[in-house]
Design a protein around this ligand. Structure first.
Ligand SMILES: [Fe+2]
Ligand SMILES: [Fe+2]
Length: 246
């Protein structure tokens, strides 16, 4: 497995590993600052390759914050490995995430953020948005880097394969195809459509991101607001459509 490192916004690095077994990329994002912030740890079994990517940017023992959206192995499976090599590092996630899962799983307690709370890491400020069940899981939340308007959007806009690090068009079309294909696959129903889905997505759109940092697939630079509004529409018309009963 090869890991590719790309700076997608000033001091925001995409660390991408394509896993042939899954046929998708797992992307971590490192924000290099006074208090370095890593978004997603990657799988525990992939720790060595993610570590190699982070080490090409900073001294990994200086990592301070480990953020993620929700409690799943690709998001935070290697959390304890990172806490082991970086003595100052602390997980940072939603209140629900900390209380329900992370503070039992992790060797040190997480910092739990409230909805809309800011995390200052030096020159960058991260805004945390609690987004229960978006993209999925009760504990879900997302981080928005306010300085250069990068949304670390976890599984939103998921698309498979090993595509280029950055695109400036086509992210909505790729997401649409993937949602439709996914509905017929073994991992169907990954994203619920709830009374909160539409408003959560529109709230993200109003942040007017310039860069969308995807966990699975190419990052996108462009009109993030329009892309998220289109995604909300696709989700409403596909996942939000009631299943036919026989
Ligand atoms: Fe997920
Ligand atoms: Fe994921």
């Amino acid at each position: 497995m090869n890991t590719e490192v790309t700076e997608i916004a000033p001091s925001v690095y995409r660390i991408s590993t394509f896993h042939p077994d899954y046929g998708i990329q797992f992307n971590q994002f490192l924000i290099k600052d006074d208090e370095p912030f890593l978004m997603h740890t990657g799988f525990k079994k992939s720790f060595s390759v993610t570590l190699e990517g982070v080490s090409s940017i900073i001294d990994p023992s200086k990592l301070r914050w480990i953020g993620f959206s929700h409690f799943e192995s690709d998001e935070c499976g290697a959390l304890n490995e990172w806490l082991g090599i970086a003595p100052q590092a602390q997980a940072v996630c939603s209140y629900v995430g900390a209380v329900v899962s992370v503070n039992d799983f992790a060797v040190r307690p997480a910092r739990a953020l409230s909805d809309n709370e800011a995390l200052e890491i030096g020159g960058h400020r991260l805004r945390f948005l609690a987004t229960p069940h978006v993209p999925h899981s009760w504990d879900a939340g997302l981080f928005f880097e306010e300085t250069d308007r990068t949304l670390l959007c976890s599984d939103l806009f998921f698309h498979p394969g090993d595509p280029e690090p950055m695109i400036e068009s086509g992210v909505v079309e790729r997401a649409r195809e993937s949602i439709i294909a996914g509905m017929a696959g073994p991992l169907a129903k990954d994203m619920p459509y709830t009374p909160y889905t539409d408003s959560a997505l529109h709230r993200l759109a109003e942040l007017e991101p310039k860069t969308l940092a995807l966990m699975h697939g190419s990052s996108f630079r462009g009109d993030g607001r329009a892309a998220i509004i289109s995604l909300a529409e696709i989700i409403r018309e596909t996942i939000g459509k009631p299943e036919e009963t026989s």
